[in-house]
Design a protein around this ligand. Structure first.
Ligand code: ACM
Ligand code: ZN
Length: 764
């Protein structure tokens, strides 16, 4: 007896209070503080109407989620008790099949959906309202939630061609989508780097087309790992994935990307190409000029054969046929393609070239075939070129322009603009500690800020925007763990954009993220942590020849910092207002929260004679890479790797000529510049540097100059150039940096001009 008692005390359960401010944010939440809460304990049961399989499945999911989070394993039953019950229903009615309400009283929680899909989203909201995974009972505040998604199409795209992810990883991806109320997985299963779906009437597609002999290292460096790479899904596995997704109210839309992005298929069936091959499954990234031959009747037969099996595996209303990035180089030279153009009577006009219209013919063929099977076609925005079949859906990726044009022409549109929703882009400007990525910069805040219905559309046109999707291209994402890292928590911001109609408030959104992160932790997800790091700015104060340091966090968590290089702790100086820096300094800072400290913020300023003095640029920088022009070049800040991160000023086709005004005569004897090189992006090192000095700003005398050899190989790196000269008195110093104006032979851009990027000019 005594032993039992002691056990009872030891086992007394802690309690947590549910918080309904989840992600995505429900449309309407009313909490009644004065009414008694519902207490979920191990004795609570989950009830569904007898014989309703969909709701029984929803009930079992809820039981699993609650068990995982609280340790309370709830019984699932079709005979509901009066009290201590979570009731699942699906008779809410209304015209949105994904709508649901939740009603919480002391006796029961009722989740009622328009359909069992709606109930499923109610289940997700209850799940996510549990603050964290720990053995406890849960108090659910009394009240009501009424919710329905803003968009009916809520997608996440997953490229499994560039890198292959086994079926279990795909299921894990689907679970991650369910947590975010996402209802569509756009599955990119074929591309130049591998064909990944079994097609029984074309066995070589997987036998040969799913394998490549190696993979390029880095950004098309010309160096390969020579490790055979491959993988594909059998039809049985694909069907199993479709069912797994459907159980979670997620539709899988397959993409067979055509007529470009087809080297996987061309390797298997070279007769489908304009030249007849032979072709290799690509080991590099980019856009191949070898595509399906549009003049070859067997190409159309191939499309039909593949799509007929695809529609059999995938019951989705929409099938994606790609249509992006299809160069017309081969078609222009191919007698069969040119004969087809003649046969079809195709003429170039203001709607497109002959070859663009030939592509439109191929896409029409695929779209007609799908229509004959009762399906609709989705294509990337390029499918608008040369005309698109009525009823086809456009996925706008090159910004929003394609989507706007399509909506105006009466097509339904899914918005996936790369500048907001490409999750293969970097999520921080500080690239040094990041896994290598394709480029770009899409932080969580940018995703969250996205408004899918462009204001230039009329209300009627706006109705054609049926949804929003984020895309994950996996050239630089070899592991599933990195898939999670690139998706999370950007997917949280995406979920709010897709679902919620609430006015945008990033700070409020950020306040809701930690609770969702507890769910990421409960699932063992590898999520990125940048959004809660300290943000810092170092801004030149020209008047006082100082640099002002400002620090902030998205949730106003307290920040502690040091200026002496030591590691900050909660007993370091707390940041309360901008700090004036007047000498070379390394700033280190952390945000301190009950859940733990942020990553360390480190930045430094380096003072030299030029720092915080006016710099004028004789030639305009490239409009996309202006940064803060002259200010950037004397802001005391060395850029980190990544020429597009705002630390660097970029020039192409003309020299960088900067005149630094020291504002009084100074003795100078050295000038140093740094360049950021990324040859894969046509960004090269300087070819020459020159230093001139002047007292009046008009008459300049050259004091040093040097030519540099052209780069002999590819590189992604920062270079330093240093010119020393006899000490000279000067008020003005002019520094000229010459870019690579003729890209060397070994490079894909041979003969064309290259960029040069400079972050700082130091004078000593
Ligand atoms: C795409 O990013 N090529 C659709
Ligand atoms: Zn051809």
């Amino acid at each position: 007896m005594a032993a039992l008692c002691a056990l009872a005390i030891a086992c007394a359960r802690t309690e947590q209070t549910a918080n309904y401010d989840v992600i995505p944010l429900p449309q309407q939440i009313e909490v009644n503080e004065s009414a008694p809460a519902f207490k979920l304990t191990a004795s609570t049961v989950i009830a569904y109407p007898a014989g309703n399989e969909g709701l029984e499945r929803d009930a079992r999911f809820l039981s699993d989620y609650i068990g995982q989070l609280t340790g309370n394993i709830l019984k699932v039953t079709d005979s509901a008790p009066e009290k201590d019950v979570i009731n699942l229903r699906a008779d809410l009615g209304g015209d949105n099949p994904e709508a649901y309400t939740i009603t919480v009283t002391a006796d029961a929680i009722e989740i009622n959906g328009s359909t069992d899909a709606g109930t499923f989203y109610g289940v997700q909201t209850i799940r996510k309202s549990i603050p964290e995974a720990k053995k406890s009972d849960i108090l659910f505040p009394a009240g009501t939630i009424a919710d329905a998604p803003r968009f009916s199409y809520r997608g996440a795209h997953f490229d499994v061609s560039r890198h292959f992810f086994p079926a279990d990883s795909v299921k894990s991806f689907i679970d991650m989508l369910a947590l975010h109320n996402i209802n569509t997985m756009h599955w990119h299963i074929t591309d130049d780097q591998g064909w990944r779906i079994e097609i029984k009437n074309r066995p070589l597609l997987t036998e040969l087309g799913s394998k490549r002999d190696g993979t390029v290292i880095g950004h098309n460096t010309g160096v390969y790992d020579s490790i055979p790479y491959g993988g594909f899904y059998t039809q049985e596995e694909a069907r199993d994935i479709v069912k797994y997704a459907a159980d979670r109210h997620i539709t899988v839309i397959p993409e067979i990307d055509l007529p470009g992005h087809m080297l996987g298929a061309l390797k298997a069936y070279p007769e489908l190409g304009c030249t007849g091959g032979p072709y290799e499954v690509w080991q590099i990234w980019g856009v191949s000029e070898d595509v399906l031959c549009a003049g070859n009747d067997s190409t159309y037969k191939f499309i039909d054969d593949v799509l007929s099996e695809i529609v059999d595996i995938f019951p989705s209303e929409y099938i994606h046929v790609g249509g992006d990035e299809c160069p017309k180089t081969r078609w222009k030279d191919c007698p069969k393609c040119q004969a087809k153009i003649k046969e079809l009577g195709i003429k170039a006009d203001e709607h497109g070239t002959k070859e663009e219209k030939l592509q439109s013919h191929v896409i029409h063929h695929a779209s007609d075939f799908l229509a004959s099977k009762g399906r609709k076609m989705i294509g990337w925005d390029e499918t608008l070129e040369g005309g698109l079949a009525p009823g086809a859906i456009v996925m706008s990726w090159r910004g929003e322009e394609g989507g706007i044009e399509a909506a105006r022409r009466g097509h339904d549109v899914i918005m996936t603009p790369n500048s907001y929703l490409y999750f293969d882009y970097y999520q921080t400007l500080d690239r040094e500690k990041e896994p290598d990525a394709i480029g770009g910069y899409v932080p969580v805040e940018k995703v969250y800020s996205y408004e899918p219905i462009p204001s230039v559309l009329t209300e009627e046109e706006g109705k054609h925007i049926i949804g929003v999707q984020a895309n994950l291209w996996t050239e630089y994402i070899p592991t599933y763990s990195q898939v999670e890292y690139m998706e999370l928590p950007r997917m949280a911001a995406l979920a709010d954009v897709q679902w919620s109609s609430a006015p945008k408030d990033y700070k409020k959104f950020a306040a809701r993220v930690p609770q969702l992160i507890n769910h990421y932790k409960a699932n063992g997800y590898n999520y990125a942590k940048h959004m809660f790091n300290v943000s810092g700015s170092l801004t030149p104060d020209m008047e006082n020849h100082a640099i002002m340091l400002d620090l902030s966090t998205v949730d106003s968590a307290p920040i502690y910092y040091t200026l002496d290089g030591t590691e900050p702790t909660a007993s370091s100086t707390q940041f309360t207002e901008p700090v004036k820096l007047t000498e070379s300094t390394t700033v280190k800072a952390i945000a301190v929260r009950p859940s733990g400290n942020s990553e360390l913020f480190v930045d430094s300023v380096s003072f030299n004679k030029a720092t915080s003095h006016p710099v004028s640029l004789i030639n305009e920088p490239h409009p996309r890479y202006k940064a803060k022009e002259g200010v950037t070049l004397a802001d005391g800040k060395f850029g980190t790797n990544g020429y597009g991160n705002g630390d660097w000023v970029g020039f192409i086709g003309k020299d960088m000529i900067a005149v630094i005004d020291l504002e009084q005569p100074e003795t100078v004897s050295e000038a140093i510049i740094r360049t950021c090189v990324a040859t894969g992006d046509w960004v090269f090192d300087a070819r020459a540097m020159k230093v001139e000095v002047s007292m009046d700003g008009n008459e300049f005398t050259t004091v040093a100059s040097e030519d540099y050899a052209p780069m002999a190989s590819s590189s992604n790196s920062i270079y330093t150039h240093n010119l020393k000269f006899e000490p000279v008195e000067a008020r003005y110093v002019k520094v000229t940096v010459q870019p690579e104006n003729i890209i060397p032979e070994w490079h894909g851009g041979a003969g064309r001009p290259g960029f040069v990027f400079v972050d700082e000019i130091e004078l000593n």
